[in-house]
Design a protein around this ligand. Structure first.
Ligand code: ATP
Ligand code: MG
Length: 160
């Protein structure tokens, strides 16, 4: 299934913006205007981005900025979701993609969730031939990056 990931990402960002109006979070979108078609399972990738953006919301202060950015390179699209939230200590960063791992159990309990979201996201992104990485600084914020391959599909006339 070819999905226009620019439009899809914009849609997800706008949906979260609406859902979190009461928290005054500023969603900054830097997403190409033009369509970029990626071969992907739309429901599964929605699950991936929903989890990443909902984490950004969950760990952000009220009034914070969340940016949703997308860049294209040849054959690859990079998507970066950045928040100004609590951040993740360096020693925990590699573990956040493990099943049931949550930084700071007490804090995590208050915020709800099972610690499965990013483990599932990683499996789904890798199943699409992509990768997911974290860059974070404790008390400063977090960036989660998703890289997905895309191919020019001449038959469908996309990505020209
Ligand atoms: P679930 O997604 O299953 O509801 P969860 O959000 O706790 O639960 P993950 O999405 O897998 O689980 O994230 C794992 C842990 O990584 C989180 O509990 C949190 O400690 C940390 N984490 C993830 N995203 C962020 C973020 N944007 N800022 C700070 N910490 C984060
Ligand atoms: Mg989560």
């Amino acid at each position: 299934e070819f999905v226009d990931i620019s439009a899809h990402l914009r849609h997800i960002a706008e949906r979260f913006e609406m859902l979190t109006k009461d928290r005054n979070i500023d969603f900054v979108k830097n997403i190409p205007e033009h369509a970029v078609y990626v071969s992907m399972d739309k429901d599964k990738m929605t699950q991936v981005f929903d989890n990443i953006v909902s984490n950004a919301v969950k760990y952000s202060p009220d009034g914070g900025i969340i940016s949703v950015q997308m860049f294209t390179r040849s054959q690859v699209v990079d998507i970066e979701i950045t928040d100004q939230g609590v951040g993740i200590p360096k020693e925990s960063q590699e573990k956040i993609f493990d099943r049931f791992y949550r930084v700071d159990k007490a804090r995590a309990r208050n915020l709800g969730g099972s610690g499965l979201g990013l483990a599932i996201a990683k499996e789904l992104v890798q199943a699409h031939g992509g990768d997911i990485t974290v860059d974070s600084e404790w008390k400063k914020g977090t960036t989660i990056s998703v890289t997905l391959p895309y191919t020019v599909n001449e038959k469908a006339g996309v990505n020209e």
